[in-house]
Design a protein around this ligand. Structure first.
Ligand code: DAH
Length: 342
């Protein structure tokens, strides 16, 4: 029966060496040694078979085993509880993180941010104005007096008549607001939403976005405007060939439309440039002296240039988006494609 005694001693060592990292493991251990059908009860049942002269040693060994096992369970339970407390509000920092669904910026935001980035590098600030405007800032002050035929260029959503309150038809209105509150030199771009009472189609929408630019200082010339445009098209599109086509806008004189040379390398190039290689991207010109006067800026001292472009149009070019309506449908299959852009 010496064997039984050896077995008990072996078990004591086993219990001493045991370690656990979870409460379940501790519980399994407890059941294995101290449970009703556990190791200890089995050994106690053997007691009567042990030869008399060994009974004392065997009994002592069983008691040691029982105490060791009980202490072990207590010790491990406490250790695990302490560890839990220490982790506190942060939980288990060693656990792998939950997979996070990455969102993506809207392509309109991406393009707007890029435009802001390009112009802020050459000293332009960002300014904003209200979407609900009065007639003065949207039209009259911009050299579009009442009954001026050019008002028909932009079909307006009116909110109130006499005095007219309307949804701004362009971000040029922010030019006026900015000049009212800032003295030259002025260098600002104004991104924002604009509204026009137009039929919705693949190429036009009644709500879209523009960025307006305004630069006013002494001795500003058309050459300054052209250099700025060249810098912009290079940074924005990686294209440095532009042409200025004479045009008409009431708030600038002279006025021009800016085309960039997109190239005719692919079939898409052919399609989007209608076989010419050229693409119109914005309107611009030298700020009309009347506009400066309306903002109490002396046109004899100051001159400046302005420009305006549509964000949707540029986004459609950059990302080859065939239909302007896709920007507003918020279809995740569309939006998800911009996860890694810019
Ligand atoms: N406001 C014009 C439009 O909505 C765009 C524009 C053209 C703005 C020429 C300008 C400019 O500042 O000089 O079509």
């Amino acid at each position: 029966m010496l064997k039984m005694l050896d077995k008990a001693k072996e078990l004591i060592e086993e219990v001493k060496a045991f370690n656990a990292t979870t409460k379940d493991e501790v519980e399994a251990f407890r059941i294995k040694y101290l449970g009703k059908k556990g190791v200890l009860n089995e050994l106690f049942a053997e007691f009567k078979n042990v030869e008399n002269h060994l009974k004392k040693d065997f009994g002592q060994a069983l008691n040691t085993l029982k105490n060791t096992a009980e202490n072990k369970v207590k010790e491990l339970k406490e250790a695990l509880e302490n560890a839990q407390e220490q982790k506190g509000m942060y939980g288990d920092l060693t656990r792998p993180a939950e997979p996070i669904e990455l969102g993506s910026r809207h392509p309109i935001s991406l393009v707007r941010n890029k435009i802001i980035d390009v112009f802020s590098r050459i000293g332009f600030t960002v300014s904003e104005g209200p979407e609900i405007e009065d007639d003065w800032h949207n039209f009259t002050a911009l050299n579009l007096p009442e009954y001026h035929p050019a008002r028909d260029m932009q079909d307006t959503f009116f909110i109130e008549k006499n005095p007219d309150i309307l949804l701004r038809t362009h971000t040029s209105s922010v030019q006026m607001r900015y000049m009212e509150t800032h003295k030259p030199p002025i260098r600002t771009i104004s991104p924002g939403r604009v509204f026009r009472n137009e039929d919705i189609s693949a190429r036009a929408h009644c709500i879209f976005h523009q960025v307006e630019g305004l630069y006013i200082d002494t001795d500003v010339s058309f050459a300054d405007l052209k250099q700025t445009l060249l810098y912009f098209t290079k940074e924005m599109f990686g294209k440095s060939k532009i042409r200025l086509r004479p045009s008409y806008f009431p708030f600038t004189e002279p006025s021009a439309e800016v085309d960039i040379y997109w190239g005719l390398e692919t079939e898409t190039d052919y399609r989007i440039t209608k076989g010419t290689g050229w693409l119109e991207i914005m309107g611009c010109g030298m700020v009309d002296p009347n506009v400066l006067r309306n903002a109490n800026i002396d046109p004899e001292v100051y001159s400046g240039y302005a420009f305006g472009m549509g964000i949707e149009r540029i986004a459609m070019l950059l990302y080859q988006i065939p239909d302007i309506r896709m920007f507003y449908e918020n279809d995740v299959r569309f939006l998800e494609q911009f996860k890694s852009v810019l």
